[in-house]
Design a protein around this ligand. Structure first.
Ligand SMILES: Nc1ncnc2c1ncn2[C@@H]1O[C@H](COP(=O)(O)OP(=O)(O)OP(=O)(O)O)[C@@H](O)[C@H]1O
Ligand SMILES: [Mg+2]
Length: 334
């Protein structure tokens, strides 16, 4: 079975052709246009994002079909991200996919973006169920027990900011631009992570929760009285210390769940899964039992949406064309 998949939930216009054959996914093509339009605003501007998706979606889809070596008529189904994400951006992908499905006379499937992130691991790895999945992205920090292909238990989440937001907001305070996660990661490699001890995150509530807004505030307070070139002179050390605090907060909750639930494998997905220090700490703690999404599938891409869409179709069947977008969709669907 071959799908054409479309992802437009935020600021990536992405299209992919993915095949599911003998239980394995094969990415036949992947084209992604990342919107640079938002850099000067220090964050994603929804209206600009939606307009850019409209402008580029045709070209992105056309290229992904060409690169796959197939024709549109070879596609067995069409899928697109239905949520969570920016409403006007989601609508562009969903309506484009529905239109193609009608024109081709092929089924249409709406895909949950967070389930797409979980499926990013299956593009390169075979993982036995059940496993624990840590989703660390720009807008989410979730722990999900993946019991089977479409059987999920949402067991942990953030009480305030997402891990990616903690990186991006910190980077903005340090004048590094948007998005800042990769920039902090790069600088931190040359810095001393013991340079400054940011307070460790304490959550009184029982369960598997994350919290990052306190860290952001403590970075702001730490920088407040620094004068002259002090910040730029110490930028590597500040980045290393701040990153260490974020990584510790992610790791402590995640390992608690991993050990309590006695699962074999921990799978880490989403943009923050690219972080070098997060990978290093989790590898030191649980070795080969920590599996990381391949770097090319960590940030938003349509290949992961294609994989999740193909399995959804196999297990749950197609969606109707009445399906709309769900900007605040959670991992577990209502
Ligand atoms: N090396 C890195 N270290 C830390 N963070 C990183 C790194 N590379 C990317 N990021 C962060 O990953 C995030 C983007 O990831 P992703 O594309 O998965 O998120 P998103 O799709 O915007 O959010 P969501 O999936 O929650 O809607 C940004 O916050 C970015 O700063
Ligand atoms: Mg995402």
């Amino acid at each position: 079975m071959i799908t054409l998949a479309i992802e437009t939930s935020c600021d990536e216009t992405s299209s992919s052709v993915v095949e599911l054959k003998n239980g394995k996914f094969d990415v036949l093509s992947l084209t992604t246009r990342s919107q640079v339009e938002h850099e000067r605003f220090g964050g994603v501007v929804p209206e600009i994002a939606a307009r850019a998706h409209i402008e580029y979606i045709y070209f992105v889809v056309k290229k992904s079909i060409e690169d796959s070596g197939l024709n549109l008529k070879d596609v067995d189904m069409v899928c697109a991200t239905k949520g969570p994400g920016l409403a006007a951006s989601l609508i562009v992908g969903i309506e484009f996919a529905k239109t193609l499905s009608v024109l081709l006379g092929k089924p249409f499937v709406g895909v949950n973006h967070m389930i797409g992130h979980i499926y990013s691991i299956f593009l390169t790895d075979e993982v036995d169920f059940p496993f624990l999945c840590l989703i660390v992205s720009g807008g989410h920090t979730d722990l999900v027990m993946v019991e089977d292909w479409y059987d999920f238990k949402h067991i942990g989440y953030t009480l305030d900011d997402a891990a990616g937001e903690a990186f991006d907001k910190g980077a903005r305070m340090l004048g590094l631009g948007y998005p800042g996660g990769a920039k902090i990661d790069k600088l931190a490699r040359m810095g001393n992570r013991d340079f400054h001890k940011f307070p460790s995150v304490r959550i009184k509530r029982k369960g598997y929760y994350f919290s990052f807004s306190g860290l952001k505030t403590s970075l702001m307070n730490f920088l407040r009285d620094k004068e002259g070139n002090w910040i730029s002179d110490n930028i590597e050390n500040i980045a290393a210390s701040y990153q260490e605090a974020i990584v510790s907060a992610i790791v402590s909750t995640t390992l608690k769940a991993y050990h309590d639930l006695k699962v074999d494998k921990l799978v880490v997905v989403g943009g923050v899964a690219l972080n070098t220090r997060l990978r290093e700490v989790l590898r030191n703690e649980i070795g080969e039992n920590a599996l990381f999404c391949h770097p090319k599938y960590c940030t938003d891409n349509a290949a992961m949406i294609g994989a999740a869409g193909l399995k959804k179709y196999e297990i749950l069947g197609p969606d109707t064309l009445e399906l709309s977008v769900y900007p605040s969709l959670g991992v577990i669907e209502p």
